[in-house]
Design a protein around this ligand. Sequence first.
Ligand code: DGJ
Length: 694
Amino acid sequence: MIRTWTLEDETQSLVLASRDDRLPQVVYWGPRLPSDEARTLAEAAARDVTGGMLDRNPDLSICPEASQTFAGQPGLLVRAADGTPLVPRFRYVEVRTAPGAVDLVWRDDDFGLTYHARLALDPQTGMIAARAAIEADEAVLLDWLAAPVFPAADACLEMIDVSGRWCGEFALNRVPWVPGIRLRENRTGRTGHEHLPLLYLPEAGATNTGGCVTAFHYGWSGGHRMVAEELPDGRRQIQFGHAGRTETAPGRRFETATLYACRSDRGLNGCAVSFQRHLRDRILTWPKPDAPRPVHYNCWEAVYFDHALPELTKIASRAAALGAERFVLDDGWFGRRDDDAAALADWTVDPRKYPDGLGPLIDHVHEEGMSFGLWFEPEMISPDSDAYRAHPDWALGHADQTLGRRQMALDMSRKDVRDHLYERIAEILSAYEVDYIKWDHNRVLPLPDGAQTRGTYALLDRLRAAFPAVEIESCASGGGRIDFGILERTQRVWLSDSNDALERMRIQHDAALLLPLAVTGSHVGPRRCHTSGRMLDIRVRAWVAAQRHMGFEMDPRELTEDEAEVLTEVTAWWKRNRDWMRQADILRLDSADPAIIAEEQLAADGGRFVVFAGKARSSDQIVPRPLRLTGLDPAARYRVTLLNREEAPAGLSRGATALSVGPVTMSGQALMHHGLVLPWSFPETMWVLEGARL
Ligand code: DGJ
């Protein structure tokens, strides 16, 4: 007997089929099918059997079962409380369907285990959200539970997953598909720079702008495990779940986080847009949804731990004059925090630095027309802190563990720890008008543990319920905690500690595979970048920040008059455009010149766009190749203006490119298939083009 269920929107169908009460398999996920095809497909999808094989192919189900002699990694590894492995055979109980969603319940009576899965397709964003849970009649030990398992297309030659480092987030790895496993397991206890839970599967020939692609993101902040496996029979499976064995206690219910899955016929960009829109429009909750994203000023790279009210007030005034609208006081305001060796968990204002509390600084910030944000690193404790001296048992891990940034993590699974943090943070938020928290997390955990992440989520949820108007930024030494789990509770990510505009341009280009402008912090750093030592012109620094949620992070008193003028102008441009750019899709362009990192931000109604074409280094060819745009209406005409054309170096750009002298009008077809011819430019610069549909 075959049962089928179909999830579909205007562009895609996903067909689940269960045979003889066994767990269902995804037998089709692709462009939308005719409505009567699910059953035919369920029958037609079965592959042949030949010599050297079992007499039937074990199901590549949403939770592949070892009990079926499945030749790959099973979707569930569970043991009885005494350690005996349990190898369940799940059988159909019921399936509830609602528009766009299926809830599946399967059961193994021998071991008293019930398997639940839910898959829901959002027709606006094209995103499938999939979760699984296991319930046990008696407490069991869980070693591994995969979110509902998807097959990967046979036409993929490679996969793209993500690693990275401090100041080098979102490093894309292109790995060939070969028989066996590509395993990514993050045992650091936080999402991390090194293991972002994101996977793109381009079919052969797919680019940013064309071809079939599927993509997956696991929305969990405690470290994930990904298995991309090609079975001996050629089928491929994608599994995502929490890092293995991070449930340390026996329990009767375990659940995965949400696995977000999407597909595209428009290249990587189709999936990137699904992630960007789904995050922005479905996952994030904005305290003031209609308020424009404010231009930030963050004082970290201006003063570090050296807080002095007279200096900070001068800095705040200068930042406001440049266009800042929110002043964020970073690390160093609490306890005896004169460097990174002390005071984490002592969340009271340092009276040596602020004898009258934070009030005078906040009043000044408000007088300058800015709102006020404050840095915390709640999940950490310094061994040199009053909190640690009073409660050494609050720290996670052994007392003689290797420290990270000279600090330990707090055990967030403990209610007394969470209560302490809630009370300290709530006291500050009640005493002062704080509209923003920068929430940092600067070390890996001594051991990964799911309870730690749940504890952090619970603290965030409690604070947000009590202070719903406060926005929160997720930071972890830059972009060390970026995932849809933390973003259910926060509104911005500090993408990287690298304010080097060239590094940032690359990082934010690749981060657009997951993140929209609205959440992606990007700041203009000091003239000499503190993390790379590189000196970059204010123009490229300002435009790179203007590609995302803009801010400043240098001591603004270092700016020359010319630099201040450029920054003020670019900031004013950003403010004029931020509202439509917030709703725009960020489309990565396929530049024929590898030195050019280019993107197009296309308005939701398709009526306007901006193109940022950054030249990361000198090109190999002598003059620029045309840059092809994407996503336009082929029949429409667009007027394109090179906004900063006065930056073309006189003498070295001496040809007659149309854009150097004024706007050009071209059809969408020509823009997408011939492209824009840009003037020659110096390396480490960025062209900015505005386009309007006529
Ligand atoms: C790491 C963050 O990424 C920085 O932006 C800054 O907030 C420091 N921590 C403060 O200690």
